[in-house]
Design a protein. Structure first.
Lengths: 182, 281
């Protein structure tokens, strides 16, 4: 299924755990340190560096771009580290997260409550993934280097729905299907 | 005495830091291809295809295989008949890392003040350096960039000797199970058994340097590796955690004598982008 950003509830309702999608449009990039700063901004009642309404955050810290390229290798980082911050961003209107690995119960519940989806990107396929990124721009926290907040334009960016709004979990379903007893 | 110069070490570490992040070893590529043959899950096979295609793109374009080019772990085997000239050994290694990560467009992933300010050191130093003095007049340098995602999935347990072989298997399998998709499976499961707490973890990480899937020379240890691999691959986690038979490509176990009261077991998981490279000066 081809998905464009920003995400609407209508699109989110069609997504189910295990679905393969390609994403086209603007996405935002932030990982540990950028999330911490965004929380500090919210604590102080300041606006976030971007409006999260309907947007996707990709958990990623890219390798430096070579001359003439928009970005270096750009695969996902492990998502659970962002769990403490995620429900608050969902409450602010964020509609999607992309990373790798399992999310906490609290995050999964918040995704159902606020109608948001968690996508996985294939970890370690970072050179290949970079080809789907057409432009990249640092929009805040430049001092954080690879952890700065970025805006990307992506085209047919491949991802897999892990957690949908119906409580589905592609990791759990996959494991149950292929687990064997001794 | 044979002399080895500061600059030669800098140049070698810089070159290895770049090459190790662009090219996967032939042993790993063969293991990934075998995994694709064995994997029954269509999505699992697709993931393995992407991993292999990524390796090709990275090599052709000299791009990092993974954006996480790791904290740089360096093993030095320094011959006792070597005379190092022209500067400090630790500084030579760190200068090599600094240069390699800058010239090679590799990500700088190291922060200082780890529990507070966490400011990026901006050159990926300091490296974690393990130096061993060995017979001879050569210097062997091994670079192992270790990504945070898989390194975070590390476990240590000081078992009671009574727990025995089954206790070891249970702990390793449980460690892989609770790591799930996080360490980028299919992994190589590094296991260290024996010594002290620190020695066990050192053994676990060093075992990752072995040719992928090559059995331990001691048949008793090799049998344990086989049994753990089978148990791990029954978990169903599969490539990148989407379900499948191949959760681990290999289990590497190394052992060391231990205290009469102890049975330390350490687990150090290595993601599928298992990068390490050596050179001998």
């Amino acid at each position: 299924m081809r998905v464009t950003t920003p995400l609407t509830d209508e699109v989110i309702e069609k997504l189910h755990a295990g679905d393969k999608v390609t994403i086209t449009g603007t996405i935002y990039v932030g990982r540990d340190a950028a999330h911490k700063r965004m929380m500090e901004a919210l604590d102080k009642g300041e606006p976030l560096p971007f409006d999260p309404q309907g947007q996707i955050i990709y958990y990623m810290g890219p390798a430096p771009a070579k001359p003439g390229q928009p970005i270096g290798s750009a695969g996902p980082t492990t998502s659970y580290r962002l769990d403490p911050y995620t429900p608050r961003l969902l409450a602010e209107g964020l509609k999607g997260m992309m990373g790798k690995g399992n999310r906490s119960q609290k995050v999964r519940e918040a995704m159902q409550k606020y109608k948001a989806v968690y996508f996985a990107v294939v970890g370690g396929a970072a050179a290949l993934i970079a080809k789907r990124i057409k432009s990249a721009q640092v929009i805040a926290y430049e001092d954080l280097g690879p952890e700065a907040l970025r805006r990307l334009e992506v085209e047919d960016f491949p991802a897999i729905v892990v957690n949908d709004i119906y409580g589905g979990d592609a990791y759990e379903e996959g494991k149950t299907r292929y687990a064997r007893t001794a | 005495m044979r002399e080895i110069g500061y600059q030669e070490i800098v140049d070698t570490v810089a070159r290895l830091s770049m090459e190790v992040n662009y090219y996967l070893g032939d042993d790993l590529l063969a293991a990934l291809r075998r995994a694709k043959e064995e994997e029954e899950s269509p999505l699992g096979r697709e993931v393995l295809d992407q991993i292999l295609e990524n390796a090709q793109v990275a090599a052709e374009e000299q791009m990092p295989l993974c954006q996480d080019t790791g904290m740089t772990v360096i093993y030095l085997e320094l011959g006792q008949e070597v005379h190092l000239v022209g500067g400090d050994l630790t500084e030579a290694v760190n200068e090599g890392v600094r240069r390699g990560y800058e010239e090679g467009y590799l990500r700088k992933s190291v922060v200082e003040n780890p529990f507070s300010a966490r400011m990026n050191t901006k050159d990926n130093t300091p490296a974690v350096i393990h130096t061993e003095i060995v017979p001879g007049d050569r210097l062997k340098i091994t670079v192992l960039p270790k990504g945070g995602g898989s390194e975070n999935m590390s476990y240590l347990k000081m078992l009671s000797p009574a727990a025995g072989r089954q206790g070891v298997i249970d702990f390793v399998v449980e460690s892989v199970h609770k790591s799930g998709a996080n360490p980028c499976p299919p992994t190589i499961v590094g296991v260290g058994i024996g010594g002290t707490a620190d020695k066990a973890m050192d053994l676990a990480k060093r075992s990752l340097l072995r040719e992928v899937g090559a059995p331990h020379p001691d048949p008793e240890v090799a049998e344990l590796e086989g049994d753990i691999l089978e148990a791990v691959n029954r978990l169903g986690i599969g490539p990148m955690g989407f379900g499948g038979q191949v959760t681990a490509l290999a289990v590497h176990v190394d052992t060391f004598p231990t205290h009469i009261a102890s049975l330390p077991v350490a687990v150090n998981l290595q993601c599928h982008s298992a990068r390490h490279k050596s050179a001998v000066l």
